[in-house]
Ligand binder design. Structure first.
Ligand SMILES: Cc1ncc(COP(=O)(O)O)c(C=O)c1O
Length: 417
C-alpha cells in the first residue's frame, strides 16, 4: 500500500465493548441536547437543517442508505459551527450574570440592552480556521459586543472577509491553527478577554464543553428526521475531525442515547493533519500532537493538537480512525455536486466532503474489503454523514469542482458500472 493510498486506518485499541463512557456522562449529561436545541430554536434564522438521502448512491455502493445531515445552509453561515459558538456564548453570559444552570434566559433577553449594560466592555476572542470564528463574530455582533478573531497565515481572504463582515477584528498569526490558539491565550490573558474556543486545554474546559454541547442540536434534529423515516438510529456514523469536538459531539450524543448499542463510529482526518489517528496509533491512551505544516485543502480539519476533552470521548467510543489524502475530499465534493440519478444535490466544501469520499473508497476498493467487513458495512447499513460546510471558500471550491484540482490518482480510479 503506497503512501498516497486513499484510506489508512487504525482500529481503536481503547474502544469500550460494554457499559457507558464516563467521559460522555461528564460532557453530555441527560437533557443536554434538549437544552441546546431549545436555545437554538429561538435564534431568529433557526431552522432544522435537512437530512438528505442518497439512496441511489447507497444502492450502487451496496449500502442500505446514506443519510447526509446537510449543514451547508445553517443560519446563513454555511457551516454547523454557529451552533457551538452561539451556545457557548449564551452559557458564558449566563455564568457572568450569575444565572444558575436550571434557569434559562431567552434569546431576546440575551441580546437586550439591559444585558449589554450588565456585561460592560466584554470582548470575546477566538482562534479559528474560519468557520468557528464566523460563528463567534456573529454571536458577538448580535450581543453588540466586540470580538477579536485570530486566524493562521494560510487562511484565505474569503474566510477572513466572512468573519470581518460581522464586525469582528481579524488578526493573522504567522503560523498554523495551533499557533493561533496559543496566541489567543496570551493576548486574552493580557487584555482580560473572554476566550470562546472550540478546543480545550488544561484548566480551560467549560467553554469547549459548551461548544460541543451546542453541536448536539444537529443530532437531536437528525434523530427526529430518522424517526420520520421509520429508522431508530443510523447503524454507522462517519465524522470528520480537526481537534475532534464535532466528532466527540456526534459520537457522544449517540453513545448517551444507545450505550453499547450505539452506531459504529468512524473518524476521518486529512493525512497531513491526522492528530487523532496518530494518537490512536501511538496507543498509550493519550492525545498526541501531529507535527508538520498541516498543509491540507481541508482547512477546517487542519489541526495538529487534539482537544483533550474530545479525545477522552473518542478514545472510549470510536471504532476506527481513518487518515485520507486531499483527493478523497475533492472526490467527495464532486460526487455531492453531481449526484446519481435523482439523489439530491449537495454543496459541500473540502472539510464537509471527506467522509463521503472515504466511504466510497471503502466500499469500492478490493484492498479495503477487510475494513468493510470489520465495520459491517453492507446492504443493511444506514450510514450517517455530516456535510459540515458548504461553499465556504469559493475560489478553492471552483478550482476543485470546476477545474478538477486534486484528482484521484489513476491507480485508484474505478470505472462505474
Ligand atoms: C467545516 C468543518 N468541518 C469539520 C470541522 C471539525 O471540527 P473539530 O475541529 O471540532 O474536529 C471543522 C472545524 O473547524 C470545520 O470547520
Amino acid at each position: 500500500m503506497d503512501d498516497n493510498f486513499p484510506v489508512k486506518y487504525c482500529e481503536n485499541p481503547f474502544a469500550l465493548k460494554e457499559g457507558r463512557s464516563a467521559a460522555v456522562q461528564r460532557t453530555f449529561p441527560p437533557g443536554t441536547a434538549r437544552l441546546a436545541r431549545s436555545f437554538h430554536r429561538q435564534l431568529p434564522s433557526y431552522k432544522m437543517s435537512p437530512l438528505k438521502n442518497l439512496s441511489n448512491l447507497a444502492a450502487m455502493l451496496g449500502l442500505g442508505g446514506i443519510w447526509v445531515k446537510d449543514e451547508s445552509q445553517r443560519m446563513a453561515l454555511t457551516s454547523f459551527k454557529i451552533l457551538g459558538g452561539t451556545y457557548a456564548i449564551y452559557r458564558v453570559v449566563k455564568s457572568i450574570l450569575g444565572i444558575g444552570d436550571e434557569e434559562e434566559i431567552s434569546f431576546s433577553e440575551l441580546v437586550s440592552h439591559a444585558t449589554r449594560a450588565k456585561l460592560g466592555d466584554l470582548t470575546f476572542a477566538a482562534a479559528t480556521d474560519g468557520n468557528h470564528g464566523r460563528g463567534v463574530a456573529w454571536a458577538a455582533n448580535a450581543l453588540h459586543l466586540r470580538a477579536v478573531i485570530y486566524v493562521h497565515k494560510f487562511t484565505s481572504q474569503a474566510r477572513i472577509d466572512a468573519i470581518a463582515r460581522y464586525g469582528a477584528e481579524v488578526r493573522v498569526v504567522d503560523g498554523t491553527y495551533d499557533d493561533a490558539v496559543r496566541q489567543v491565550m496570551i493576548d486574552a490573558e493580557k487584555n482580560g478577554w473572554q476566550i470562546i474556543s472550540d478546543t480545550s486545554w488544561e484548566g480551560y474546559e467549560d467553554v469547549p464543553r459548551w461548544v460541543m454541547q451546542g453541536y448536539t442540536t444537529m443530532f437531536e434534529e437528525a434523530q427526529e428526521q430518522f424517526a420520520g423515516q421509520g429508522i431508530v438510529k443510523p447503524t454507522h456514523i462517519f465524522v470528520q475531525a480537526g481537534v475532534g469536538a464535532l466528532a466527540a459531539s456526534a459520537i457522544g450524543y449517540y453513545h448517551q442515547l444507545f450505550g453499547a448499542n450505539d452506531p459504529v463510529a468512524v473518524v476521518v482526518e486529512p493525512d497531513r493533519a491526522a492528530c487523532l489517528y496518530h494518537s490512536a496509533r501511538v496507543g498509550d491512551g493519550r492525545p498526541h500532537t501531529f507535527s508538520g505544516d498541516l498543509d491540507t485543502i481541508m482547512a477546517g480539519l487542519a489541526c495538529g493538537d487534539p482537544s483533550p476533552i474530545a479525545w477522552d470521548i473518542l478514545k472510549d467510543c470510536v471504532d476506527v480512525f481513518l487518515s485520507c489524502p486531499d483527493y478523497v475530499a475533492a472526490k467527495g465534493m464532486r460526487v455531492y455536486g453531481v449526484p446519481l440519478d435523482d439523489d439530491p444535490f449537495i454543496v459541500s466544501g473540502e472539510s464537509g466532503s471527506v467522509t463521503l469520499g472515504a466511504l466510497m473508497f471503502i466500499m469500492e476498493l478490493d484492498e479495503l474489503a477487510g475494513l468493510r467487513e470489520k465495520l459491517g458495512l453492507d446492504r443493511n447499513s444506514q450510514v450517517l454523514l455530516i456535510n459540515s460546510e458548504g461553499n465556504t471558500d469559493p475560489n478553492h471550491f471552483r478550482r476543485i469542482v470546476w477545474e478538477g484540482a486534486n484528482p484521484v490518482p489513476r491507480a485508484y480510479r474505478r470505472g462505474y458500472r
